[in-house]
Ligand binder design. Structure first.
Ligand SMILES: [Zn+2]
Length: 322
């Protein structure tokens, strides 16, 4: 049933029916439809953003959570980078220095991954830049950890070698302090007791009774155990790392050529054989084929005071015993 509308006619003082033409009716209906549609469009664009569906709310929370994660990861990566840098610093400046290995250059430690684009799969997303950046940082960290672990492997090997080297380098006195009468003569120009002229003395003389034990001063292999006119019964030990030691004028040898020797092994006894003026041990240390002052090779068993005393005695002028 259609609603009938009336209007008040002041001239006739009565209500009259409003007559609506069919054309007007259609126009009105169309206008209403258009207005309704416009209202819907407006509502969709302007109101929807403020009225979220539960799904949208959930997604928004998810995005916030991912952002938070991203920040945390970036922070953690930065912290790990700092730790790794400190480790690299220690590695280069302490471990590798001490073990006489070349430092690993920063460019090598921080070398990135070249070649094909590793991050292609991560491209074309709204947060691609950030994700690629974090992935790159993680790759770099992994690479640095790899370089560092290789370096530590090398360090372990070098340390084992160093231990071996420290055990081999001459580092004790060949005669015990208790057995020593005195340190008769040191390294350098000395009056020769038999030749009666000043001659370079290539070692140190330890005066002790005949038969006093003589100790190998470092690990090594006996390369000579024989008698000669000058040195009498003498033993030469090759310690490796460029070091050799000579023990001369023995009364008796206690080893033979080819024997493996440990520091502290008794290799012979003090005597007066060869060109010698009195029972003593003539001891030489050679480094890379040249005689060096043995006084610098007793660091393992001398206190600083003993060393100073020894150093002073070895520099005293006077004649040697051979
Ligand atoms: Zn001598």
């Amino acid at each position: 049933m259609t609603k009938v509308k009336y209007y008040y006619d002041p001239e006739t003082l009565s209500y009259k029916k409003i007559k609506v033409k069919p054309k007007e009716k259609i126009t009105k209906a169309v206008s209403l439809v258009i207005a309704g549609s416009l209202l819907m469009v407006w509502g969709y664009f302007f109101i929807t953003p403020f009225v979220r569906s539960p799904k949208e709310k959930h997604l928004k929370r998810e995005i916030e959570y991912l952002k938070l994660n991203e920040e945390l990861h970036a922070k953690r990566i930065a912290e790990m980078q700092t730790l790794l840098d400190e480790l690299a610093e220690r590695d280069n400046n302490i471990y590798r220095q001490y073990l006489e290995a070349n430092p690993i250059p920063t460019e090598q430690r921080k070398a990135g991954f070249g070649g094909v684009n590793r991050y292609k799969k991560l491209e074309n997303y709204s947060s691609s830049d950030k994700v690629i950046h974090i992935t790159q940082d993680l790759d770099n960290l992994a690479n640095q950890i790899y370089v560092q672990s290789k370096s530590l492997d090398e360090i372990v090997k070098l340390a084992e070698d160093k231990e071996n080297m420290l055990a081999s380098i001459p580092a004790i006195q060949p005669i015990k302090n208790n057995d020593l009468k005195r340190m008769a003569s040191g390294f350098g120009m000395r009056m020769h007791p038999i030749l009666k002229y000043r001659k370079k003395h290539n070692g140190m003389d330890f005066t002790a009774n005949k038969g006093t034990p003589i100790y190998a001063t470092g690990n090594g292999t006996v390369v000579k155990a024989q008698r000669s006119a000058t040195f009498g019964y003498h033993v030469i030990i090759d310690h490796g790392y460029g070091f050799k030691t000579i023990y001369a004028h023995m009364s008796k040898m206690n080893t033979k050529k080819g024997k493996k020797i440990l520091r502290g092994d008794v290799i012979g006894f003090v005597g007066n054989t060869g060109r010698s003026a009195a029972p003593h041990l003539h001891y030489e240390v050679h480094k890379n084929g040249k005689p060096v002052n043995p006084v610098y090779y007793y660091y393992a068993d001398l206190t600083p005071e003993e060393f100073e005393k020894m150093l002073k005695a070895s520099h005293e002028e006077g004649q040697s015993l051979d």
